[in-house]
Design a protein around this ligand. Structure first.
Ligand code: SAH
Length: 420
């Protein structure tokens, strides 16, 4: 496909593209020639006419163009798109050994800005959030089916995001069979049912795969080290990912809190699927449940902010606490308010943490930087009046890579703290 337009930048505005950042903001554009339509291929040029990038034009978006390639010799055509998808799929091939649910395409990180493709067993779930990938949709779907040998594609694009890009509402079956109410996946030997039609994101928090695994490892290590099964609290548990990982690794008890009754219902189903009874027998008096499947599970439909206070009033304490809240800040303006909310829940959790216990604390707000998040959590440690080691910094899994030139792509950050 040949470029049908040119986006000429204002003087000095070529700098971020020269550093291979893939976005052209509206304010950087001097003029547009060739009357390109929504999603059309354009050449982006510096004010002196120098070629900078091939991009998709987005006339109504604040991000006026998203770059496909910085290489002038690239031909942006069906073969180019198919090659990008092949590479993206191949990059995740090894993950297939440990899971049947993988993010196959992660937008900018895979040179396909605005496209997300998640695979859940035999179903591909896509989000098309930018004009460029929307314009190439049919071609991309063909290439995707052939790269994955998977013929079922379901659209879970976010309507609000599409509107912001000047795109109509979409959703539903794009190719092949409609997904069932719940698609069953297997991750690190554990089974989960995923509601790809109505669940959050595309149905499951794929980005937390490694951290679910880590939670299981922390539980197992705790049992070995202390000779008893840890008490676990999972806040914002959604469909039970961290809870099940902890229970199956030998937790004595797991209290899981979420405000969504639907999410909790699926969490219970997931627990049963992994041989964890709805209210399995309580561990013996010393808390020596130890064996997977013996954990006492409690699913609690409540507001985490309130529940943390209630647990403190009840004199509860835990050996492992997971805090994985929703995005508290969706933009820069909400950062201060989000910081207060993060501080509140972290303080609440730290006050419930036993000596030697671990807190896994996450933020998925990209507007909250790693540095700021660490500062907020450090503030909570100080206010709690306790000592903690920072044992690890955590991030999304390998199928959500961050481009060094596009730090905006990195949203999930976590801290593993150990109470001294
Ligand atoms: N940890 C989960 C993902 C968490 S998503 C996983 O790994 O799968 C955030 C969850 O927080 C959602 O399930 C949402 O229902 C819940 N939530 C949002 N605000 C809440 C609140 N104030 N109290 C309790 N749960 C809340």
């Amino acid at each position: 496909m040949s470029a049908i337009g040119t986006v000429l930048l204002k003087p000095g505005k070529e700098r971020s593209l020269a550093r291979r950042h893939p976005w052209v903001y509206a304010g950087a554009v001097n003029s547009v020639t060739g009357a390109p339509g929504n999603g059309a291929l354009v050449a982006v040029r510096a004010s002196d006419g120098r070629f900078l990038a091939w991009a998709a034009y987005s006339p109504v978006s604040a991000i006026r163009a998203r770059c496909w390639s910085f290489d002038e010799s690239d031909q942006i055509n069906a073969d180019w798109f198919a090659a990008k998808l092949d590479v993206a799929v191949a990059r995740r091939r090894q993950l297939q050994e440990i899971t049947s649910a993988v993010r196959l395409v992660y937008g900018e990180a895979d040179s396909l800005p605005g496209l997300v493709v998640d695979r859940y067993a035999d179903f591909l779930v896509v989000q098309v959030h930018a004009a460029g990938v929307d314009a190439q949709r049919e071609l991309l779907l063909d290439a995707l089916c052939s790269a994955t040998a998977c013929q079922n594609v379901f659209d879970r694009s976010d309507a609000a995001l599409r509107t912001r890009e000047g795109l109509g509402e979409r959703g539903g079956v794009l190719r092949g069979a409609a997904p069932p109410e719940q698609v069953q996946i297997r991750e690190h030997g554990l089974e989960y049912r995923v509601d790809v039609r109505r669940g959050h994101k595309t149905g499951f928090y794929l980005d937390q795969r490694d951290n679910r695994r880590l939670t299981g490892e922390l539980v197992a290590t705790f049992v070995r080290r202390h000779g008893r099964a840890p008490r676990v609290l999972n806040c914002f548990c959604y469909t039970g990912g961290f809870s099940i990982a902890a229970a199956c690794a030998g937790a004595g008890s797991v209290i899981s809190v979420d405000s969504s009754a639907d999410a909790l219902a699926l969490a219970r189903t997931n627990a049963a699927l992994n041989g964890l009874g709805p209210q399995t027998a309580a561990p013996d008096e010393r808390g020596l449940a130890g064996a997977p499947g013996r954990a006492q599970l409690q699913w609690c439909c409540a507001d985490v902010f309130e529940q943390l206070r209630a647990l403190r009033d009840q004199g509860e304490c835990f050996d492992l606490i997971v805090l994985d809240p929703p995005k508290f800040a969706t933009n820069q303006h909400q950062v201060d308010r989000a910081a207060r909310a993060y501080k509140d829940i972290n303080l609440g959790a730290l006050r419930l943490l036993e000596h030697g216990g671990a807190l896994l604390s996450f933020s998925c707000s990209s507007a909250v930087t790693v540095e700021l998040f660490q500062k907020i959590v450090a503030g909570a440690v100080i206010d709690a009046g306790i000592g903690c080691y920072l044992r690890a910094r955590l991030a999304a899994g390998a199928d959500h890579p961050t481009l060094m030139t596009h730090p905006e792509g990195e949203y999930l950050k976590g801290l593993l703290l150990e109470r001294i």
